[in-house]
Unconditional design. Sequence first.
Length: 466
Amino acid sequence: MTSVAGVEHATALRPIDPVGGASDFHLVDTYDGPHLLVVDGSLLFKIDEDFRQRLVAAQAQGTLAARAMLTEHGLCLKRYIGDQPLVDPPLRTLSLAVAARCNLGCTYCYAEGGSFGGPSRSMEWDVAEASVRRLFADAVPGERVTLAFLGGEPLANRPLIRRATELAAGIAVQRSIPISFSTTTNGTLLTPDDAEFFERYGFAVTVSLDGVGAIHDRLRPAKGGRGSYERIIANVRPLLARQRRMQVSARVTVTPDNLGLRATLDHFIALGFHSVGFSPMLSAPTGRGEMQVPDLDVLLDEMIACGHEFEQRVVAADAYPFANMMTALQEIHRGTHRPYPCGAGAGYFGVSASGGLFTCHRFVEDDRASMGHVGQGVDRHRQQRWLAERMVDRQEPCRSCWARYLCGGGCHYEVIHRGRPACDYIRGWLDYVLGAYVRLSARRPDLFAGRFSTGDDVAARAMAAP
């Protein structure tokens, strides 16, 4: 490590891409002394105590004084994020709402029981075929694309999933374009034959499970009110036993009624899930199950407790596939910084059963987020307006937040429907993970060499929404 006037690189964080703002840095206290995160570029440095105190004093004088001190020491010299939105980004991922219906009655469902507020329906083959061909239309050899199947409950339209997968796999081979497949399911319709099919095509399968036993049954009952947990676990076991190319993950939507994260995480890891992740319920059509500020405070404590266990297991070279932690560490390691929270409306679109293109799967059938049709392609004018409006530096209070380029401004759907109730939670989680990154870099430097591994080569994976 090299030292520059009281500053030394803790780790080389490779910049990716993205505007200066009112908050240019964040200080992280660790067992190894203070560290400095330079916000634009997600650059992490170890600093000495004298530099820390002088920087805090400069900050008290105002943004310009702090920025001048950073610049004097060779920091904040380069802008990685510009003030211009993306222009005509290439389409690389489509999520097909193949079944606008569901057999469960989750009270918080963003898709309003799977139908997105309209009549129940299934996607027809002409729409699925047009979607697959649209996905490949502008892709070039060697450039990966992703095809996802969602609902409602997507397996209610199993024949279409299989036919579309086979078509896409064939085109991928013909054109030398790598393809990834994924699906998110409630697990109630899974069969052993699905395990064989998903393994053959290397699917990432995400199963929505909101706790263990009665907790899950209360939050995700069948429409008649019966529990669904035991049936789902029985259906999932053949997939867990079969997964090699396939990766089977559990995704837990967190509400005020299932905040016991550690027990849930340990249980699902023991069952053999490839990874387990948590996502707070911030916006529901009915308002039921939404997390409030006190709930988010509890959630942060629970997440950090899971993170501490992850750190201990990783140092001991044990597998502990806590997806939120693995994903966050990967993002920090590669210096992820972005003006958007995800690819929604850029390289990623949700496709409705009738073939409409929407900014993501959560916005399906929402005219405000309509972006064209698979038959005609993306409406570039509407896309450009969306990308311009949704940039994080054009959002309040994001412009003055140190976490803005790691967070990207938060899920568009949740922000538009509810605002940003979880900002303190997000900052608290990122502050913890930055400290964990420093600790693990010292105790398990091999962890970040090449592919992320936790002892049995468990790769970090962002969790798809249910």
